[in-house]
Design a protein around this ligand. Structure first.
Ligand code: ADP
Ligand code: MG
Length: 724
């Protein structure tokens, strides 16, 4: 099939497509978490003492003894086998944004040749996948490598059904034989522990007598596109790179603002219902779905959960989304920028920290004593973002996310904090000393009353800020749609831990010097705001004034590409941050830097090769055949004494020549292999390869507007973006 045939076939297939048949949705209580071995299931299946031990492990992270592990393994196996499960798999999260699995059968045969199912605590707790094929930076020599997976009991096991059968999935950490973290889960667990430790110190200094273990929470809003699979299959770029490398802007694009919250087409509705039912079975609290800003774009936002569980669920959600989309004849695109000139996709990461005794510490609450805690935690976030803004930029750095950040649709690549008018005023008052720490009857008289009437109006939101306070949490908006939420969560927990440590030290000194809590808090926050208040910004983050002011006056860093941002991971203060909090050793951090840089380089090089390939083997032939058609009709018209088509033909031939000349330049550029460092290689990709890819694209997109529609090989934007 030639290129244009598959496009034309796709168009006709789509016009006759109908919504898939799915079973009518079941009541939530019938399906909720029915495929999950969670605490509720364990309470049913385990002895009282085993359940108690498990519950303690889940809630406090205390280690599980081997006797209990055996009991849990047995119960888990029996529960799974009843559901038709034959295999189990340790599922883990390597340093790429992907999810990986290692499958094993329960089956063992005995001397009589009979098959029995076996599963022990040892197997549950430790698996041993061949780690060598997972990127690990320079941590291990790839051929000598052995990686271990170990169950993370704080994230429940579940059953996954696929056409190949049912599998018991065991969420796991992944580490080297020397105990180094090779995954995204270990640092997340460690960052929670670091944050807990520092928060305990602060809360105890604040006079709290009972302080339960603190945990971070995460609610992620996932944006994505759906494209009919007939179209996607006719676009090698969508299939191989997850985004279109070519495509002229449609006549009707995003001016279609009525798409936002507009009616969802029936086929998509049926898909969403199926998708959500599956998420419910897996215990993922999917909540909202609506059309996003761009046509063909949607969002799903599960209700927030403990960060570690939310991170696992987020990975699972992306997997289930892709599988379910396929079932409904769609391809789900999680890429940050599948269509140039059309709004991209992000993943807002909503984050807060709290515990059972003090509640959500980022909630302003109703009582002044609690507000003091809130002010301290909020202040700690401000300090963290100011000191480690470049780190926050680095943890969301990828070739794909570079297309969004700073592109006037997504937050800028400059990290600032938005507090909202009221809260900003409180912090500025503290900074300027306008908030008097006079205490009457142990309570703050002025100022804090402003927060008492704190409005949580979602209308009061600054959409242009990358990091915003939204009523009872912070929302990190610069995260990319395809990224794991773990990196951002690790960074946020860790900078919070560091700042809380700093606060604890100052607070302790102030209290030792005779100040009461209120005065001490105001005193510490005044210093904090004097040093770090520059990061607070409530204006338009998209504006060019901000881009200038942020750098020149506020001293904030603008790191437009991943090539600029990733090296920030290796800055001494970042190495010190992670090692002092015990979240990542310098070696572990270094390995992450290497893996992320390699991925950045690799993804740009793969795209560049695709650009060359598609321009040469698909766009050029279409252009050449149109040119020969034109030449024939031009000769005919000349023989009639007319001069029709000569203008188009000359425009066409010059665009063809220019495109192929750019293709040649790109090929030569890709042949460069000598670089002094990973950083130099990344910069080359950002500053040389990418612009050349854009150059090829520009000529190709002009060709798309010139060539006869029936000859054009690739599904067009207007076709892919409007789904029926
Ligand atoms: P938006 O107005 O930004 O589109 P949504 O309602 O779509 O907001 O999503 C908000 C997300 O924030 C949801 O996942 C929600 O569960 C989550 N969330 C709410 N409170 C908290 C909290 N305290 N900590 C973390 N996430 C939270
Ligand atoms: Mg949001």
């Amino acid at each position: 099939m030639t290129g244009n045939e598959s496009r034309l076939k796709a168009i006709s297939a789509i016009s006759s497509s109908v919504a898939a048949d799915v079973k009518p949705t079941e009541p939530l209580q019938n399906i909720w978490a029915c495929d999950v071995f969670n605490l509720a299931t364990m309470e049913e299946k385990l002895s009282k003492s085993a359940f108690k031990a498990m519950k303690k492990t889940v809630q406090t992270g205390s280690p599980l003894d081997s006797a209990t592990a055996d009991i849990v393994a047995m119960a888990m196996k029996d529960w799974a086998i009843e559901k038709g499960v034959k295999f189990f798999s340790h599922i883990f999260f390597p340093m790429t944004n992907a999810t990986a699995e290692k499958h094993d059968g329960f089956i063992v045969t005995n001397f009589d040749g009979n098959a029995i199912n076996e599963f022990t605590g040892k197997l549950l707790i430790k698996g041993e996948p061949d780690g060598s094929s997972f990127p690990n930076g320079s941590l291990r020599m790839t051929n000598a490598a052995r990686g271990y997976t170990a169950w993370d009991p704080s994230s429940p096991a579940y059953v996954m059904y696929t056409p190949n059968g049912a599998t018991l999935m065991i969420p796991s950490v992944f580490m080297s034989w020397t105990g180094e973290a090779l995954d995204k889960k270990i640092p997340l667990l460690r960052s929670n522990a670091a944050m807990d430790k520092a928060a305990q110190k602060v809360l105890k200094l604040m006079g709290e007598t009972e302080v339960a273990t603190l945990n971070s929470s995460c609610g992620a809003e996932q944006e994505y596109f759906l494209v009919d699979e007939n179209f996607a299959n006719a676009r090698p770029d969508l299939i191989l790179a997850g985004r279109t490398l070519f495509g002229a802007a449609p006549a009707k694009g995003q001016q279609f603002d009525d798409h936002y919250f507009g009616a969802i087409p029936e086929r998509v509705q049926v898909f969403m219902q199926d998708f959500e039912d599956q998420l419910y079975r897996l215990g993922i609290p999917a909540k909202t779905h609506h059309n996003e800003v761009a046509p063909g774009q949607f969002e799903i936002a599960p209700y927030f959960e403990a960060a570690n569980v939310a991170a696992d669920h987020q990975q699972l959600l992306m997997t289930v989304m892709k599988i379910t989309a396929k079932k409904h004849g769609f391809v789900a695109l999680l890429h940050e920028k599948p269509f140039a000139g059309v709004n991209g996709s992000g993943k807002h990461v909503n984050w807060s920290v709290g515990n059972a005794t003090q509640g959500n510490l980022l909630d302003p609450g109703n009582t002044p004593e609690k507000n003091l805690n809130f002010l301290l935690f909020c202040g700690a976030v401000i300090r963290g973002v100011h000191l480690f803004g470049p780190l926050l930029r680095a943890v969301i750095a990828s070739a794909a996310n570079d297309h969004r950040l700073g592109a006037n649709e997504a937050p800028p690549a400059i990290l600032s904090v938005y507090l909202g008018d009221q809260l900003e005023k409180v912090f500025m008052d503290i900074k300027e000393g306008n908030l008097s720490p006079t205490v009457s009857g142990g309570e703050m008289d002025l100022g804090l009353s402003q927060i008492l009437t704190f409005t949580r109006d979602p209308g009061d939101r600054n959409r242009t800020s990358p990091f915003a306070f939204t009523g009872n949490r912070f929302e990190f908006r610069a995260v990319g749609s395809s990224q794991s939420v773990s990196g951002p969560l690790v960074a946020m927990n860790t900078i919070l831990a560091d700042s809380l440590d700093w606060i604890a030290e100052k607070l302790e000194a102030a209290i030792a010097g005779g100040m009461d809590h209120t005065a001490a808090v105001i005193d510490v926050l005044k210093t904090l705001m004097e040093e770090h208040g520059n990061v607070v910004f409530g204006g338009d983050g998209y504006s060019s004034e901000w881009h200038e002011m942020a750098v020149a006056e506020r001293g904030l860093k603008n790191l437009p590409t991943a090539a600029d941002a990733l090296p920030e991971l290796m800055k001494p203060e970042v190495v010190e941050l992670f090692s002092s909090t015990g979240v990542l050793t310098p070696v572990e951090l270094q390995s992450r830097y290497e893996v992320y840089s390699e991925q950045y380089i690799l993804s740009i090089e793969v795209e560049a090769k695709l650009v060359i390939d598609m321009a040469t083997t698909s766009i050029y032939p279409a252009a050449a055949s149109y040119l020969s058609m034109l030449s024939e009709s031009i000769s005919a018209s000349i023989s009639l004494g007319l001069g029709l088509g000569t203008g188009v033909a000359s425009k066409l031939s010059s665009s063809i020549n220019s495109m192929m000349a750019s293709v040649d330049k790109l090929s030569v550029a890709l042949g460069e292999h000598e670089f002094d460092s990973e950083q130099a290689h990344m910069e080359y990709c950002a500053k040389t390869i990418r612009p050349l890819m854009d150059e090829v694209r520009e000529y190709a997109d002009t060709l798309e507007t010139l060539i006869a529609d029936k000859l054009w090989p690739l599904p067009k934007y207007s076709e892919m973006l409007f789904i029926k």
